[in-house]
Design a protein around this ligand. Structure first.
Ligand SMILES: *Cc1c(COP(=O)(O)O)cnc(C)c1O
Length: 353
């Protein structure tokens, strides 16, 4: 049996999915108990009175072309967060299975696993090597109940791209044994190529992408799970039938038009310049000790006085992310790169000791 299926919860493999109303745009819809009129201020193209197309074909094709994979390898989700939730529900049996993650990392992996009743095994990233992944420790921590192995590259909150030779080795050793989930929410800022190109090489690889960050659509909630068709088919059984709302579908289609993609690309480049500006400004603050290398749109900062940094920012009307509750980051804050005016405001807030 294909490992993507043999690793999955048996209930999901045998589940008879909900049969939603068929999508037949050429015909008048009298099969879904919808209202025949549109709400007065409905600005959508097809009407909010209608249930949206599930996994809209045009959107799936645009995402496949954007991420350079086939349509059968794409599931559109409500943000990458929903992809994490789906993977947890497909693969993790309560009280039996586990995930592996490299800490400190994105918080949703463990929340989704714990909601599912699964164990969380943490393998620390190596601070002394710029938060690199410890391949030997990770492989040693794997055991048969570990179904999902999360690797966030570039990693949130440390900001660094993970070493591709290390990731390749992990994918090679764990292929068929666990789903290796590479979260590329920030890949657009790194200049590195997406590892979606490895989908043909490794059967149990899954890639997470999102329009929330580089495409400025966090409010629309649109992400993508990229994986082998067998995994996409399992995920389609679990995702709610009308997960993506019509306004989201239309906003995403518009953001993925060639002209919009060019605008996005220009803005992305401008933000990288702005990131250097913010780095230089914050480096001159007496409250800042170290700013880590960043392959993302944020900076991880170690402070000499994080409490003051937070308080001065809040007093100036700005919030940054406090990471001090994480034992690996006792003096760290995470700052998103904003507009020039926003960055200047933050730099001014923390200019004094
Ligand atoms: C922001 C973020 C996500 C979630 O993105 P959505 O698509 O908005 O759900 C996933 N992974 C990482 C590492 C993130 O920082």
């Amino acid at each position: 049996m294909n490992s993507l299926i043999s690793l999955a919860r048996p209930e999901i493999v045998t589940l008879k999915p909900y049969a939603h109303a068929v999508w037949l745009p050429s015909h008048t819809r009298l099969h879904a108990n919808e209202a025949p009129w549109r709400p007065t201020r409905d600005g959508t193209r097809v009407g909010l009175n209608r249930y949206p197309e599930t996994q809209p074909q045009a959107l799936i094709e645009r995402l496949a072309s954007l991420y350079d994979v086939s349509s059968a390898q794409v599931l559109a989700t409500r943000g990458a967060d929903e992809a994490i939730d789906l993977l947890s529900r497909i693969y993790l049996r309560a009280g039996v299975d586990a995930i592996l993650q490299c800490s400190p990392t994105f918080g949703m992996y463990q929340v989704a696993a714990r909601i599912q009743g699964a164990e969380v095994i943490e393998v620390p990233l190596t601070r002394a090597r710029g938060w690199g992944v410890d391949v030997q420790a990770l492989l040693a921590a794997w055991r048969p109940g570990v179904k999902l192995v999360y690797l966030c590259s570039p990693n949130n909150p440390t900001g660094n791209l993970l070493d591709y030779a290390a990731l390749e080795h992990i994918c090679t050793v764990l292929d068929g044994k666990a789903i290796v989930v590479i979260d590329e929410a920030y890949i657009e800022w790194s200049g590195a190529a997406s590892l979606a190109r490895w989908l043909g090489r490794f059967q149990s690889l899954a890639i997470l992408r999102t329009l929330s960050k580089a495409h400025a659509l966090a409010g629309a909630r649109l992400g993508a799970l990229l994986a082998a068709p067998e995994l996409i088919q399992l995920a389609k059984r679990v995702i709610p039938p009308y997960a993506l709302s019509q306004p989201t579908i239309e906003a995403a289609l518009s953001a993925l038009e060639p002209t919009e993609l060019r605008v996005s690309q220009t803005r992305l480049q401008a933000l990288l310049v702005e990131k250097d500006y913010l780095r230089r400004g914050l480096a001159s603050s007496p409250l800042v000790e170290k700013i880590w290398r960043s392959d993302t749109n944020f900076l991880l900062i170690d402070c000499s006085d994080a409490e003051r940094f937070m308080n001065y920012s809040i007093a100036g009307g700005l919030i940054v992310r406090d990471l001090r509750a994480n034992c690996a980051l006792p003096r760290s804050l995470r700052v998103s790169v904003g507009s020039r005016a926003e960055n200047d405001a933050l730099i001014a807030c923390v200019a004094r000791s």
